[in-house]
Design a protein around this ligand. Sequence first.
Ligand SMILES: O=C1O[C@H](COP(=O)(O)O)[C@@H](O)[C@H](O)[C@H]1O
Length: 264
Amino acid sequence: MALTWTHKDRGEIRVHENLEELSIDLVDYIAEISEASIKDHGAFCIVLSGGSLISLMGKLIEPPYDKIVDWAKWYVFWADERVVAKSHDDSNYKLAKDNLLSKVNVFPRHICSINDTVSAEEAAAEYEFAIRQMVRTRTVAASDNSDCPKFDLILLGMGSDGHVASLFPNHPALVVKDDWVTFLTDSPKPPPERITFTLPVINSAANVVVIATGESKANAIHLAIDDLPISESSLSLPARLVHPSNGNLIWFMDKPAGSKLDQV
Ligand SMILES: O=C1O[C@H](COP(=O)(O)O)[C@@H](O)[C@H](O)[C@H]1O
């Protein structure tokens, strides 16, 4: 059974026995937020990441979720994208399309992905413009306390360096405040060209989930969650800067990723 507790300011922490238990809890949670959002405002605006997250969401295409989730009300976005062709194996869009979106009834017009034929800078600007239009037409809610969209759920993976979306430690993208989407041409993790949501957008969501699995993430999880003396490393750790101002934050991890937490 999962070990669960709520940290005074780092949100709810769920340490799962294994990946099977984690993925069941994760898809249950997604289905629950989807239902609540649709009941509240008629749509579910979900933001995906790339990496290991998508395989952990795999049970969504199986019974009972494939039938109980109201896929027609889903609007899908990405927290970050690699600026490569949509047919390229590095594409976060391709990963989600091949393993999830092509297997359920999400309308193609509800899938908001980047233009893969332009530069990273142009792709970021076009993606932000598309989201601004959706906020203007109220498909995506606006935040009450920032000039940002308020997505129903943002799902973030976390790298072993503590990066979330394509926000890397000590990278200038981490401090961008005025744009919703920014771009990188020097990502420390390949491929180098990427676009990413900025922290103000992530921190304006109604619900944010950070998912981390495996021992290689244990130190970053410790730095992102535990009470530590203020130090450069924890302050510039992207995962530590995830702090929804008016929303919920939940950390889903397996035992190896949670093994360095003070409470475990
Ligand atoms: O490069 C990326 O990495 C992170 C983490 O990936 P993981 O495989 O370690 O879970 C991912 O969340 C992000 O979307 C992706 O572009």
